[in-house]
Ligand binder design. Structure first.
Ligand code: ADP
Ligand code: TRP
Length: 322
């Protein structure tokens, strides 16, 4: 299957991003033809600082590579390195009903809050449709919040095909497993908007301090507790193998432990879990040329495919007169 997803470079990735999304993208690179890109054109709707956007874009690519994205298996590139996508976006824009875009939540939410929206935000789903259609993607793994945009993509592709013939492959959303809803340091869903995140590549000493600050209830130490309803245990489970997880669950059911002990075990497990990725990241940061080459090669491969699809679309609607 041809799998595609875009990752917005809007901040440093945290544990929630990893277990909720990144790990699942990386798993899909095996047995599929994967296209993964850093969505810097989309990020431009919110990040309006040159240094910040270019740094975040490169950082996002480095993070994905460090966490296991293999450029031999999947194509990794930066969205703006494939200008064909922006051309395709225009073709789709001409057939995109205003009403459909007015209903899309990125724009609608902002408007309802009384905030000024620009045309980039309004047409955000059309660019996203072009991203997907340019590579004949069949499967698009996304979080639930993006499912509406995949529906828009299918609508736009369907009506283009209806008018001009079978040009586009209709993609399907693959909703990421949200059972991996990772709790933050306050027990609520981990999110950068709630200020309760632990970043994957945080300095280990800082990470330890953040883990030590995770909120807990004031249960007396000797009282047994159901592990499954405890966010500290949920976090520990993400990082540990079956045997230590069982042991930890037994400790909860028996009681007589202190949260400090669990937090230390969690910090140790998280540090060990990301140790190899941290090393790979340090290597890539000190060899930026290698990253640049991977992205150049990815862009070359991505453009090849996007040119083929754009040409197909141009011919179908009468833009190609030569
Ligand atoms: P944030 O909420 O920190 O702004 P994003 O909205 O940028 O995170 O999320 C990027 C991806 O990571 C999405 O696919 C989302 O589903 C996933 N994700 C973010 N936070 C969590 C979490 N706490 N648990 C599971 N998945 C998450
Ligand atoms: N809008 C997506 C997000 O915010 C990122 C994205 C851009 C994307 N283009 C895409 C995701 C194409 C999947 C397919 O998460």
């Amino acid at each position: 299957m041809r799998v595609l997803s875009g990752i917005q470079p809007t901040g440093r990735p945290h544990w929630g991003n990893y277990f909720g999304a990144i790990r699942q993208y990386i798993d899909l690179q095996t047995d599929n033809q994967g296209y993964y890109f850093v969505a810097n054109l989309h990020a431009l709707t919110t990040v309006r600082n040159r240094e910040q956007l270019s740094r975040l874009t490169l950082d996002a690519a480095i993070d994905l590579l460090a966490l296991g994205l293999d450029p031999q298996k999947a194509t990794l590139f930066v969205q703006s390195d494939v200008p064909e996508v922006s051309e395709l976006c225009w073709l789709l824009m001409t057939g995109a009903p205003m009403g459909l875009l007015e209903r899309c939540h990125a724009y609608k939410d902002k408007k309802e809050k009384g905030l000024a929206a620009d045309a980039g935000l309004f047409t955000y789903p059309v660019l996203m449709a072009a991203d997907i259609l340019a590579y004949d993607a069949e499967i698009v793994p996304v979080g639930v919040d993006q499912v509406q945009h995949i529906e828009v993509c299918r609508d736009l592709a369907g009506s283009f095909n209806h008018e001009f013939g079978e040009v586009f492959v209709l993609p399907k959303a693959r909703v990421l497993d949200s059972s991996a809803k990772v709790p933050g340091t306050d027990g609520e869903k981990m999110s950068k908007s709630y200020n309760n995140t632990v970043q994957i590549f945080e300095d280990p000493a800082v990470m330890r301090k953040q883990v030590m600050r995770i909120t807990t209830d004031s249960r007396p130490m000797e009282q047994p507790k159901d592990p499954d309803s405890d966010h500290l245990y949920q976090l520990f489970s993400l990082f540990s193998a079956e045997a230590p997880r069982q042991e930890m669950a037994a400790l909860y059911r028996r009681g007589g432990f202190g949260y400090g002990q669990i937090k230390k075990a969690l910090a140790d497990a998280a540090e060990a879990y990301f140790a190899a990725a941290r090393e790979r990241r340090a290597y890539l940061v000190s060899h930026p040329q290698e990253v640049v080459e991977i992205l150049a090669d990815g862009a070359r491969r991505a453009r090849q495919k996007a040119q083929e699809v754009l040409r197909r679309a141009q011919k179908a609607c009468g833009l190609a007169v030569r």
